[in-house]
Design a protein around this ligand. Structure first.
Ligand code: MLT
Length: 332
Protein backbone atom coordinates (compact mmCIF):
# COMPACT_ATOMS: atom_id res chain seq x y z
CA UNK A 1 0.00 0.00 0.00
CA UNK A 2 1.29 3.46 -0.88
CA UNK A 3 2.52 5.65 2.01
CA UNK A 4 -0.03 8.37 1.13
CA UNK A 5 -2.94 5.90 1.39
CA UNK A 6 -1.61 4.53 4.68
CA UNK A 7 -1.29 8.03 6.14
CA UNK A 8 -4.78 8.98 4.92
CA UNK A 9 -6.14 5.83 6.62
CA UNK A 10 -4.47 6.62 9.91
CA UNK A 11 -5.80 10.19 9.85
CA UNK A 12 -9.35 8.81 9.38
CA UNK A 13 -8.88 6.37 12.27
CA UNK A 14 -7.39 9.03 14.53
CA UNK A 15 -10.35 11.34 13.82
CA UNK A 16 -12.81 8.50 14.46
CA UNK A 17 -10.96 7.70 17.71
CA UNK A 18 -11.25 11.31 18.84
CA UNK A 19 -14.96 11.35 18.06
CA UNK A 20 -15.51 8.13 20.01
CA UNK A 21 -13.47 9.46 22.95
CA UNK A 22 -15.36 12.75 23.07
CA UNK A 23 -18.73 10.98 22.66
CA UNK A 24 -17.77 8.72 25.56
CA UNK A 25 -16.88 11.65 27.78
CA UNK A 26 -19.94 13.76 26.87
CA UNK A 27 -23.17 13.28 28.78
CA UNK A 28 -26.45 13.58 26.91
CA UNK A 29 -29.51 14.12 29.06
CA UNK A 30 -32.94 13.02 27.87
CA UNK A 31 -35.67 15.66 28.02
CA UNK A 32 -39.27 14.43 27.74
CA UNK A 33 -41.69 16.95 26.24
CA UNK A 34 -45.45 16.47 26.44
CA UNK A 35 -46.48 18.67 23.50
CA UNK A 36 -45.60 18.38 19.84
CA UNK A 37 -42.60 20.34 18.52
CA UNK A 38 -43.47 23.95 17.77
CA UNK A 39 -45.08 24.82 21.10
CA UNK A 40 -43.81 26.71 24.13
CA UNK A 41 -42.54 23.53 25.81
CA UNK A 42 -40.32 22.68 22.85
CA UNK A 43 -39.10 26.28 22.65
CA UNK A 44 -38.05 26.13 26.32
CA UNK A 45 -36.33 22.79 25.71
CA UNK A 46 -34.36 24.08 22.72
CA UNK A 47 -33.21 27.18 24.61
CA UNK A 48 -32.19 25.03 27.61
CA UNK A 49 -30.26 22.53 25.48
CA UNK A 50 -28.33 25.29 23.67
CA UNK A 51 -27.50 27.12 26.86
CA UNK A 52 -26.41 23.97 28.72
CA UNK A 53 -24.11 22.94 25.87
CA UNK A 54 -22.58 26.39 25.74
CA UNK A 55 -22.09 26.63 29.53
CA UNK A 56 -20.41 23.22 29.78
CA UNK A 57 -18.22 23.61 26.69
CA UNK A 58 -20.18 20.84 24.98
CA UNK A 59 -19.58 18.26 27.76
CA UNK A 60 -23.28 18.18 28.64
CA UNK A 61 -25.98 18.20 26.01
CA UNK A 62 -29.71 17.49 26.00
CA UNK A 63 -31.78 15.51 23.50
CA UNK A 64 -35.43 16.56 23.22
CA UNK A 65 -38.24 14.00 22.86
CA UNK A 66 -41.47 15.90 22.00
CA UNK A 67 -44.99 14.55 21.59
CA UNK A 68 -45.00 12.42 24.76
CA UNK A 69 -42.54 9.94 23.16
CA UNK A 70 -41.12 9.17 26.60
CA UNK A 71 -44.53 8.73 28.22
CA UNK A 72 -47.52 10.73 29.29
CA UNK A 73 -46.75 13.93 31.22
CA UNK A 74 -47.81 12.57 34.62
CA UNK A 75 -45.80 9.35 34.02
CA UNK A 76 -42.66 11.38 33.34
CA UNK A 77 -42.84 12.81 36.88
CA UNK A 78 -42.76 9.28 38.31
CA UNK A 79 -39.93 8.24 36.00
CA UNK A 80 -37.84 11.30 36.90
CA UNK A 81 -38.52 10.76 40.62
CA UNK A 82 -37.09 7.24 40.28
CA UNK A 83 -34.05 8.45 38.33
CA UNK A 84 -35.21 6.65 35.15
CA UNK A 85 -35.57 9.93 33.23
CA UNK A 86 -33.36 13.05 33.41
CA UNK A 87 -35.65 15.97 32.54
CA UNK A 88 -39.26 16.63 31.59
CA UNK A 89 -41.18 19.69 30.40
CA UNK A 90 -44.86 19.44 31.19
CA UNK A 91 -47.91 21.48 32.15
CA UNK A 92 -47.95 22.56 35.82
CA UNK A 93 -51.39 20.97 36.24
CA UNK A 94 -49.72 17.61 35.65
CA UNK A 95 -47.27 18.25 38.52
CA UNK A 96 -49.96 19.23 41.05
CA UNK A 97 -51.16 15.65 41.71
CA UNK A 98 -47.63 14.85 43.01
CA UNK A 99 -47.09 18.04 45.02
CA UNK A 100 -50.40 19.57 46.14
CA UNK A 101 -49.07 23.00 47.20
CA UNK A 102 -48.27 23.71 43.54
CA UNK A 103 -52.05 24.09 43.21
CA UNK A 104 -51.64 27.69 44.31
CA UNK A 105 -50.49 28.46 40.76
CA UNK A 106 -53.46 26.65 39.26
CA UNK A 107 -56.25 28.07 41.43
CA UNK A 108 -58.68 29.61 38.95
CA UNK A 109 -58.28 33.35 38.31
CA UNK A 110 -55.31 33.85 40.67
CA UNK A 111 -52.82 34.69 37.90
CA UNK A 112 -54.22 37.43 35.67
CA UNK A 113 -51.32 38.24 33.32
CA UNK A 114 -48.00 36.94 32.00
CA UNK A 115 -46.22 39.50 34.22
CA UNK A 116 -47.97 38.13 37.33
CA UNK A 117 -47.03 34.59 36.26
CA UNK A 118 -43.38 35.62 36.00
CA UNK A 119 -43.43 37.48 39.30
CA UNK A 120 -44.83 34.48 41.17
CA UNK A 121 -42.69 31.78 39.56
CA UNK A 122 -39.39 33.67 39.91
CA UNK A 123 -40.11 35.11 43.35
CA UNK A 124 -40.54 33.67 46.84
CA UNK A 125 -43.58 31.60 45.84
CA UNK A 126 -41.63 29.87 43.06
CA UNK A 127 -38.71 29.11 45.42
CA UNK A 128 -41.03 27.61 48.01
CA UNK A 129 -42.81 25.48 45.40
CA UNK A 130 -39.48 24.23 44.06
CA UNK A 131 -38.52 23.07 47.55
CA UNK A 132 -41.92 21.46 48.08
CA UNK A 133 -41.71 19.66 44.75
CA UNK A 134 -38.30 18.20 45.60
CA UNK A 135 -39.66 17.01 48.93
CA UNK A 136 -43.00 15.66 47.67
CA UNK A 137 -42.26 14.47 44.15
CA UNK A 138 -38.46 13.93 43.91
CA UNK A 139 -38.14 16.44 41.06
CA UNK A 140 -36.65 19.95 40.98
CA UNK A 141 -38.09 22.80 38.92
CA UNK A 142 -35.19 24.48 37.08
CA UNK A 143 -37.07 26.54 34.50
CA UNK A 144 -40.50 27.75 33.43
CA UNK A 145 -42.22 28.21 30.16
CA UNK A 146 -44.98 30.81 30.02
CA UNK A 147 -47.65 29.60 27.64
CA UNK A 148 -50.56 32.03 28.00
CA UNK A 149 -54.12 31.54 29.21
CA UNK A 150 -55.84 28.22 28.62
CA UNK A 151 -58.73 29.01 26.30
CA UNK A 152 -61.69 26.71 25.78
CA UNK A 153 -62.14 24.99 22.42
CA UNK A 154 -65.02 22.86 21.18
CA UNK A 155 -66.43 21.36 18.01
CA UNK A 156 -70.13 22.10 18.62
CA UNK A 157 -70.98 25.80 19.05
CA UNK A 158 -69.81 29.23 20.20
CA UNK A 159 -69.75 29.39 24.02
CA UNK A 160 -70.19 32.68 25.85
CA UNK A 161 -72.23 31.87 28.96
CA UNK A 162 -72.39 29.00 31.43
CA UNK A 163 -75.77 28.18 29.91
CA UNK A 164 -74.04 27.66 26.52
CA UNK A 165 -71.61 25.22 28.15
CA UNK A 166 -74.36 22.88 29.36
CA UNK A 167 -74.41 19.48 27.64
CA UNK A 168 -70.85 19.66 26.29
CA UNK A 169 -68.34 16.94 27.13
CA UNK A 170 -65.08 18.69 28.00
CA UNK A 171 -61.78 16.91 28.44
CA UNK A 172 -59.58 18.04 31.36
CA UNK A 173 -56.28 16.67 32.64
CA UNK A 174 -56.47 14.39 35.68
CA UNK A 175 -56.32 17.42 37.93
CA UNK A 176 -58.73 17.98 40.83
CA UNK A 177 -58.69 21.77 40.54
CA UNK A 178 -59.61 21.79 36.89
CA UNK A 179 -62.31 19.18 37.45
CA UNK A 180 -63.68 21.33 40.30
CA UNK A 181 -63.61 24.46 38.10
CA UNK A 182 -65.81 22.87 35.44
CA UNK A 183 -68.11 21.47 38.11
CA UNK A 184 -68.51 25.01 39.48
CA UNK A 185 -69.58 25.99 35.94
CA UNK A 186 -72.28 23.33 35.99
CA UNK A 187 -70.81 20.43 33.99
CA UNK A 188 -69.01 17.19 34.77
CA UNK A 189 -65.76 17.21 32.75
CA UNK A 190 -63.98 14.08 31.48
CA UNK A 191 -60.45 13.58 32.87
CA UNK A 192 -58.20 12.15 30.19
CA UNK A 193 -54.44 11.83 29.69
CA UNK A 194 -52.85 14.42 27.40
CA UNK A 195 -51.50 11.81 24.98
CA UNK A 196 -55.08 10.59 24.33
CA UNK A 197 -56.64 14.01 23.87
CA UNK A 198 -56.25 14.60 20.12
CA UNK A 199 -57.76 11.22 19.25
CA UNK A 200 -60.64 11.73 21.68
CA UNK A 201 -61.43 15.10 20.07
CA UNK A 202 -61.07 13.66 16.58
CA UNK A 203 -63.36 10.72 17.28
CA UNK A 204 -65.83 13.06 19.01
CA UNK A 205 -65.61 11.07 22.24
CA UNK A 206 -65.27 14.52 23.82
CA UNK A 207 -66.48 17.85 22.40
CA UNK A 208 -63.83 20.18 23.74
CA UNK A 209 -60.84 20.94 25.96
CA UNK A 210 -58.79 23.90 27.15
CA UNK A 211 -55.18 24.81 26.42
CA UNK A 212 -53.21 27.92 25.40
CA UNK A 213 -53.31 29.26 21.83
CA UNK A 214 -49.74 28.17 21.08
CA UNK A 215 -50.44 24.63 22.32
CA UNK A 216 -53.67 24.42 20.30
CA UNK A 217 -51.68 25.30 17.20
CA UNK A 218 -48.71 23.01 17.95
CA UNK A 219 -51.10 20.11 18.55
CA UNK A 220 -53.12 20.93 15.39
CA UNK A 221 -56.36 21.00 17.40
CA UNK A 222 -57.76 23.39 14.76
CA UNK A 223 -58.18 20.28 12.58
CA UNK A 224 -60.70 18.83 15.04
CA UNK A 225 -62.06 21.90 16.88
CA UNK A 226 -63.97 24.92 15.52
CA UNK A 227 -64.83 27.32 18.38
CA UNK A 228 -62.62 29.10 20.91
CA UNK A 229 -63.76 30.96 24.02
CA UNK A 230 -61.25 33.33 25.61
CA UNK A 231 -61.68 32.21 29.21
CA UNK A 232 -58.80 33.25 31.46
CA UNK A 233 -59.15 30.94 34.46
CA UNK A 234 -55.68 29.40 34.21
CA UNK A 235 -52.46 30.92 33.00
CA UNK A 236 -50.51 27.99 31.67
CA UNK A 237 -47.12 27.43 33.26
CA UNK A 238 -45.00 24.57 32.02
CA UNK A 239 -41.99 23.85 34.20
CA UNK A 240 -38.76 22.16 33.21
CA UNK A 241 -38.13 19.57 35.92
CA UNK A 242 -35.00 17.53 36.57
CA UNK A 243 -34.85 14.27 38.47
CA UNK A 244 -33.50 15.22 41.92
CA UNK A 245 -31.52 11.93 41.98
CA UNK A 246 -29.81 12.79 38.69
CA UNK A 247 -29.25 16.41 39.77
CA UNK A 248 -27.53 15.30 42.98
CA UNK A 249 -25.20 13.01 40.98
CA UNK A 250 -23.72 16.03 39.15
CA UNK A 251 -20.72 18.11 40.25
CA UNK A 252 -21.48 21.57 41.73
CA UNK A 253 -20.32 23.20 38.47
CA UNK A 254 -22.70 21.13 36.37
CA UNK A 255 -25.55 21.72 38.84
CA UNK A 256 -24.93 25.46 38.49
CA UNK A 257 -24.84 25.17 34.69
CA UNK A 258 -28.21 23.37 34.76
CA UNK A 259 -29.73 26.08 36.98
CA UNK A 260 -28.30 28.93 34.88
CA UNK A 261 -29.36 27.32 31.59
CA UNK A 262 -32.85 26.82 33.06
CA UNK A 263 -33.08 30.52 33.95
CA UNK A 264 -31.85 31.65 30.53
CA UNK A 265 -34.41 29.40 28.88
CA UNK A 266 -37.11 30.86 31.18
CA UNK A 267 -36.30 34.42 30.06
CA UNK A 268 -36.40 33.25 26.45
CA UNK A 269 -39.81 31.65 27.01
CA UNK A 270 -41.29 34.89 28.35
CA UNK A 271 -40.14 36.83 25.29
CA UNK A 272 -41.26 34.05 22.94
CA UNK A 273 -44.82 34.23 24.32
CA UNK A 274 -45.03 38.01 23.81
CA UNK A 275 -43.71 37.68 20.25
CA UNK A 276 -45.75 34.65 19.18
CA UNK A 277 -49.20 34.42 20.78
CA UNK A 278 -51.08 37.01 18.72
CA UNK A 279 -49.60 35.72 15.45
CA UNK A 280 -50.74 32.18 16.31
CA UNK A 281 -54.21 33.48 17.19
CA UNK A 282 -54.48 35.09 13.73
CA UNK A 283 -53.29 31.87 12.11
CA UNK A 284 -55.95 29.84 13.91
CA UNK A 285 -58.64 32.26 12.70
CA UNK A 286 -57.25 32.04 9.17
CA UNK A 287 -57.44 28.26 9.51
CA UNK A 288 -61.20 28.57 10.19
CA UNK A 289 -61.54 28.79 13.98
CA UNK A 290 -64.06 31.23 15.47
CA UNK A 291 -63.19 33.16 18.63
CA UNK A 292 -65.67 34.52 21.22
CA UNK A 293 -65.23 36.33 24.50
CA UNK A 294 -67.18 35.18 27.54
CA UNK A 295 -70.28 37.33 28.10
CA UNK A 296 -70.28 40.17 30.61
CA UNK A 297 -66.48 40.21 31.13
CA UNK A 298 -66.52 36.58 32.30
CA UNK A 299 -68.23 37.63 35.58
CA UNK A 300 -70.39 34.53 36.08
CA UNK A 301 -67.44 32.22 35.33
CA UNK A 302 -65.18 34.07 37.79
CA UNK A 303 -67.82 34.26 40.51
CA UNK A 304 -68.64 30.52 40.34
CA UNK A 305 -65.01 29.32 40.31
CA UNK A 306 -63.62 31.63 42.98
CA UNK A 307 -66.47 31.10 45.44
CA UNK A 308 -66.78 27.33 44.97
CA UNK A 309 -63.26 26.16 44.08
CA UNK A 310 -60.94 28.31 46.22
CA UNK A 311 -62.36 27.23 49.63
CA UNK A 312 -62.18 23.56 48.65
CA UNK A 313 -58.41 23.84 48.13
CA UNK A 314 -57.30 26.06 51.02
CA UNK A 315 -55.86 23.05 52.88
CA UNK A 316 -53.75 21.81 49.96
CA UNK A 317 -52.17 25.20 49.33
CA UNK A 318 -51.29 25.88 52.98
CA UNK A 319 -54.42 27.72 54.13
CA UNK A 320 -56.52 30.73 53.13
CA UNK A 321 -53.90 33.03 54.68
CA UNK A 322 -51.35 31.75 52.16
CA UNK A 323 -53.63 32.63 49.25
CA UNK A 324 -54.36 36.06 50.76
CA UNK A 325 -50.60 36.73 51.04
CA UNK A 326 -50.09 35.75 47.42
CA UNK A 327 -52.95 37.94 46.24
CA UNK A 328 -51.58 40.83 48.34
CA UNK A 329 -48.15 40.37 46.74
CA UNK A 330 -49.93 40.87 43.40
CA UNK A 331 -51.56 44.05 44.69
CA UNK A 332 -55.04 42.57 45.20
C1 MLT B 1 -52.87 19.11 29.48
O1 MLT B 1 -53.91 19.64 29.08
O2 MLT B 1 -52.80 17.96 29.94
C2 MLT B 1 -51.62 19.88 29.35
O3 MLT B 1 -51.87 21.25 29.26
C3 MLT B 1 -50.90 19.42 28.17
C4 MLT B 1 -49.70 20.22 27.85
O4 MLT B 1 -48.66 19.89 28.34
O5 MLT B 1 -49.75 21.17 27.08
Amino acid sequence: MKLKTLLKGSVVWAAAGLLIASAASATTFKVAIGDAAGGTQHELGKAFAESLKEKTGGKFTADLFPNSQLGDEQDTVNDAAMGLLDFSILAINNVTPFSPSVAVLTLPYVIQSAEEAKKLTLGEVGKELTENTIRDAGVRIVGWSYSGFRVLTNSKRPIKTLEDLKGLVIRVPKNELMIASYKSWGINPSPLAWSETFTALQQRVVDGQDNPYITISAMKFNEVQKYITNIRYLFSLEPLIVSEQIFQQQSPDVQQAILDAGMEATEHSFTYLQETESRIKDELVAAGMEISDPANDEKEWIEAATTQVWPAFYDSIGGKKRLDEILASLGR
